[in-house]
Design a protein around this ligand. Structure first.
Ligand code: NAD
Length: 292
C-alpha cells in the first residue's frame, strides 16, 4: 500500500489561529476585543498546563483573557458566584471552567449556570440542542470541531461514507457523531462504546474511524479496513523510562501497525490535540461577534 496521508494538526491549527488573529484585529478596530475567561479549581498539573496554553493562545491572538485560579476547597456556591460574575462581565465573551473540577463540585450544574451565549466549550444543554438542530449560532465542542476541520482541510470527503465513532462522551464521541451525520458531512454513523459487541468487526466496516476512548493503542491493525481514514483523539500517558519525564503520550490507536493500512491518519501528539485549542479560539471569536 502507498504511504498514508499524515493529517498534520499542528499546521492546520496554525492556519486556523492565523485566521482568528486577522479577524480579531478587525473586531478590535470596531471596539470589540474578544475576551476569554478560564476558571481553574484546584491544582491538577495537567489542567494547569491546559489552562496555561489557552491563556497564552489568547495573548498571541490579541484576545483579552482572564485566568481565575481558585483553591481546591472552593465550594459549589463560591464557584457559581464566579460564573455569574463572568456572565455579567461585558469584557468576557467566552467562559470555561477547566474539567475535571474537584469531586465535590457538581460540574453539570456549573455548566448549566454559564450563559449559553458564552459557553465556548459547547457543553451547555442549549448548545447541545443547537448542534443536533444544526443551528450555526451554537457552539460546537472544540475537539470534535477540530476533527471535522482536519478532515475538511485535508480534502477528505465524508459524504456517503461509513463512519464509526468509538466513545459516546458528551465532550467527544456524541458531538463527533452528530457532526459526521449532519447535512454538511453526510456520513452514515455508528457510535460504538464500552458495551458494543464485536467492536473489531464494527470498526472493520468503517471508511472513517474516530477513536475517543482513553485506552492506549486499543485499535489494532486487524480492526481497520484497508484505505480507511483514522482519527485518533486519545491522549494517554504511558510509562516510558527512556523519556526524561518518565512517560510518553500515545493515542487510542496502535499507530505503527495501523498507519500502513490507512489512506490518512492523525499522529499523537500533533494530530487532534493542537486543533482543540484552535477551535476554542474560533468559538471565542464567534461569541465576541454574536454578543458584540
Ligand atoms: P470518556 O472517558 O468520557 O469517554 C470514553 C468513552 O469510551 C466512553 O463513552 C466509553 O463508553 C468508551 N469506552 C471505554 N472503554 C471502551 C472499550 N473497551 N471499548 C469501546 N469503548 C470504550 O473520555 P473522553 O473525554 O471522551 O476522552 C476520550 C479520549 O480522548 C481520552 O484519551 C482523552 O484524553 C482524549 N481527549 C483528547 C482531546 C484532545 O484535545 N485531543 C480532548 C478531549 C479528550
Amino acid at each position: 500500500m502507498s504511504k498514508p496521508q499524515i493529517l498534520d494538526g499542528k499546521a492546520v491549527a496554525a492556519s486556523v489561529l492565523d485566521e482568528c488573529r486577522t479577524e480579531a484585529a478587525e473586531l478590535v478596530k470596531n471596539g470589540i476585543t474578544p475576551g476569554l475567561a478560564v476558571v481553574l479549581v484546584g491544582e491538577d498539573p495537567a489542567s494547569q498546563v491546559y489552562v496555561g496554553s489557552k491563556v497564552r493562545a489568547c495573548g498571541e491572538l490579541g484576545f483579552h483573557s482572564k485566568k481565575i485560579e481558585l483553591p481546591a476547597e472552593t465550594t459549589q456556591d463560591e464557584l457559581l458566584k464566579v460564573v455569574l460574575e463572568l456572565n455579567a462581565d461585558p469584557s468576557v465573551h467566552g467562559i470555561l471552567v477547566q474539567s475535571p473540577p474537584p469531586p465535590h463540585i457538581d460540574e453539570e450544574a456549573i455548566v448549566r449556570a454559564i450563559d449559553s451565549r458564552k459557553d465556548v466549550d459547547g457543553f451547555h444543554p442549549e448548545n447541545v440542542a443547537k448542534l443536533a438542530l444544526e443551528d450555526p449560532t451554537g457552539f460546537v465542542p472544540c475537539t470534535p470541531a477540530g476533527c471535522m476541520k482536519l478532515l475538511e482541510v485535508s480534502g477528505i470527503d465524508t459524504s456517503g461514507k461509513e463512519a464509526v465513532v468509538i466513545g459516546r462522551s458528551m465532550i467527544v464521541g456524541k458531538p463527533m457523531a452528530l457532526l459526521l451525520v449532519s447535512k454538511k458531512a453526510n456520513a452514515t454513523v455508528t457510535i460504538a462504546h464500552s458495551r458494543t459487541a464485536d467492536l473489531p468487526g464494527v470498526c472493520r466496516r468503517a471508511d472513517i474511524v474516530v477513536a475517543a476512548v482513553g485506552r492506549p493503542e486499543m485499535v489494532k491493525a486487524d480492526w481497520i479496513k484497508p484505505g480507511a481514514v483514522v482519527i485518533d483523539v486519545g491522549i494517554n500517558r504511558v510509562d516510558d523510562a527512556s523519556k526524561k519525564r518518565g512517560y510518553r503520550l500515545t493515542g487510542d490507536v496502535a499507530y505503527e501497525e495501523v498507519a500502513p493500512l490507512c489512506s490518512a491518519i492523525t499522529p499523537v501528539p500533533g494530530g487532534v490535540g493542537p486543533m482543540t485549542i484552535a477551535m476554542l479560539m474560533r468559538n471565542t471569536l464567534q461569541a465576541a461577534k454574536q454578543l458584540g
